[in-house]
Design a protein around this ligand. Structure first.
Ligand SMILES: [Zn+2]
Length: 380
């Protein structure tokens, strides 16, 4: 693809659903010119955690892979009132393994409902935010979803099909959740949070500007949400001004790997799907004028009108492509600790064994944790 190919690229938001995807993922990223990338780990229904997978990948490419570990959500089922204290200690655990930050998907409405997540600004989470603040740990935090998912008239078909239409009263209200998260920032303005998918405020740039002005450590990432690029394209001059003004607060990301994680695990990381994502985000940032998606993408729906690029100067692109992420997570990924990883894989396998015995329908699967444990044992 025809881009500023000499700029280093750090993708701040990639998913990695299984160790068998390793060579496929690296082929795709090499081809697309991605130097370094951040694996954001979400909870997994049968395996609990994808952190072992990500650490195994990092061990193979220690200079290229950052890992933002997911929390151990079993705490929300075992001792919900103490979950925040457990999460606080788990921040220490993730760092001890060699993770570079924390990924939270708990603010996605379906996830929040499934986990029965307590309010983010309530007493349960208090020790957790305090620990993140104390230790200066960066977090990629998914809060809410596109506004239209709460509107039966505007929710797209592809979102409905996945159960992402939040109008039956059983899901968190978007404004209530924004208020919770802003309360947390009010108490801990030093928190280094990257809100995924532009904090779902791409149609409300003045509102996001107020948040940026009030909380100087808040960032957002550019990971689609295709609606972001519709919204950005509606008024490219206004969007460009915003990107220039807040060029220190915007982090590049694509969601490469999301399709394999959520829809087609058997296909692994697909080149076409990944290239379409990179093309969308980079064409928008680097080019002037109209453009179209290269091909259909996962959760991209159908588009009748073109997108429009904002042709940012090189100095702003450098920040968005790598400097902002490096400022938050370091210029180099942190080192791994094989002994700590072995212990954590053991612990996870133990929890999965308990789940399997207690709830066979959830079928706890410890096979990856066991494989990763053996791998790191051989490194000790
Ligand atoms: Zn994602």
């Amino acid at each position: 693809m025809d881009f500023l190919t000499d700029l280093p690229i750090v993708d701040g938001h990639i998913h990695y659903g299984h160790p068998s995807y390793m060579s496929g993922l690296m082929n795709v990223l090499d081809y697309l010119g991605v130097d370094r990338f951040n694996v954001v780990c979400t909870p997994h229904r049968s395996r609990l955690s994808l952190v072992p997978d990500a650490l195994h990948l990092k061990a193979h490419f220690p200079d290229r892979v950052y890992v933002f570990g997911g929390l151990d959500i079993s705490a929300l089922f075992v001792a919900p009132e103490r979950a925040g204290a457990v999460f606080a200690d788990y921040v220490d655990t993730l760092l001890s393994l060699g993770c570079d930050g924390v990924k939270m998907i708990e603010g996605k409405p379906t996830m929040r409902k499934m986990l029965a997540t307590p309010p983010f600004d309530g007493p349960v989470y208090t020790p957790y935010w305090a620990r993140l603040s104390e230790r200066g740990v960066p977090v990629v935090f998914h809060v809410n979803d596109p506004q239209e998912f709460w509107d039966p008239a505007r929710a797209p078909d592809w979102a409905r099909e996945r159960g992402w239409c939040y109008v039956d009263g059983s899901f968190v209200d978007a404004e209530a959740q924004y208020a919770e998260v802003l309360n947390v920032l009010e108490r801990h303005p030093d928190l280094k949070i990257i809100f995924a998918h532009f904090f779902f405020l791409s149609a409300q740039l003045p509102r996001l500007a107020e948040i940026f002005d009030r909380y100087p450590n808040v960032c957002v990432d550019l990971t689609p949400g295709i609606e972001m690029y519709y919204n950005f394209s509606a008024a490219p001059d206004v969007t460009r001004e915003f990107f220039l003004k807040y060029q220190d607060r915007i982090v590049y990301g694509t969601d490469i790997g999301a399709k394999a994680l959520l829809l087609t695990p058997d296909k692994g990381i697909e080149m076409g799907e990944s290239r379409t994502r990179v093309h969308l985000v980079r064409t928008f940032l680097e080019k002037d004028g109209e453009f179209w998606l290269l091909e259909g993408g996962f959760l991209f729906g159908q588009r009748e009108t073109p997108f429009r690029g904002i042709n940012l100067p090189r100095s702003a692109l450098e920040k968005i492509y790598f400097r902002n992420f490096e400022r938050l997570a370091g210029a180099r990924p942190r080192a791994l600790d094989p002994a700590a990883i072995v212990a954590e894989c053991d612990r996870l396998a133990g929890v999965l064994g308990i789940i399997d015995a207690a709830q066979p329908e959830m079928s706890g699967d410890a096979s990856v944790a066991q494989m990763v444990k053996s791998f790191f044992q051989s490194k000790m």
